[in-house]
Ligand binder design. Sequence first.
Ligand code: G4P
Length: 307
Amino acid sequence: MAIQWYPGHMHKAKKAITERIKSVDLVIEVLDARLPASSANPLLAKLSSGKPKLKILNKQDLADPERTELWLAEYRSRPDTNVLALDASDRQASSKVIAASRKLVPNRQSLERPLRVLICGIPNVGKSTLINGMLGKKSAKIGNEPGITKAEQRLILADDFWLYDTPGMLWPKIIVEEAGYNLAASGAVGRNALDEETVALELLDYLRRHYLSMLQQRYHADLSLSPHWHDDEWLNWIGQKRGALLSGGRIDYQKAAERVLTDFRDGYIGRITLETPNQWAIWLKKGQQHEAQLKAERLAKKEARKK
Ligand code: G4P
């Protein structure tokens, strides 16, 4: 899918994260619980290797609870990693994050040795909401300090707990095709970067295979006919049901696609997670094989040119 999602400010964000990561004790990555692997930044995985990590599966209120359990188990099995599932309405969210952070790095709890935490997350995962909750009524000391670049903020949650906030950053190339679609469906990439109809069709294809009854219920579809529908038939049906019509009663597919995406993003179809750890492992393998093939082709062309 041709998605242009690496604008200039993301280069700056990457630079800021690369520098800051060297001097922090812990890296918090806020993920979207509906697409934990797709919303995880592979650059961050590389940059933060060897550091303790806290993964936050945010928006769990919108995610499939059974699948959230699978993801929690997956992250818990990783070394130096703790994981929490949260949502914005959880009043305890900030105290849970602070407690989990302290548990991961117990030896930094003093004025001389404050716990220095970098918090990252791609756009729209709910990082600002979470940080605002952590700040509470406290006023934060922000920016314009020596050693703090414009692309980051230092927030003093307590004298012994410093939080470095960086802007949401995506990465230049997405090798897992499904991740591109899932990110687009979740709203993580700007509207200009994607063809909403394609994204909605991919989403409907996944939902009809994994969450058929939710689709049927939400859009009042015939229970015996709809199991045989493909993604385009679903979009057609939803267009009719949700009043996405042009003159003469033809379906306005763009509008129908927008309605499906909004319904998904707002949780109106139900609590849905677009990937499981097993699915992700298969997609990743496929993506890596494809990348390797592209690389081999590029090399072969280069060799041919030399000759
Ligand atoms: P960001 O900093 O990572 O870019 O994300 P931000 O906090 O701005 O949150 C993006 C959107 O996600 C916001 O909705 C926010 O309210 C919503 N959100 C954040 N955390 C959760 C959560 O745990 N559950 C749910 N259901 N929603 C969450 P918005 O529509 O863009 O803005 P608004 O409705 O808050 O005005």
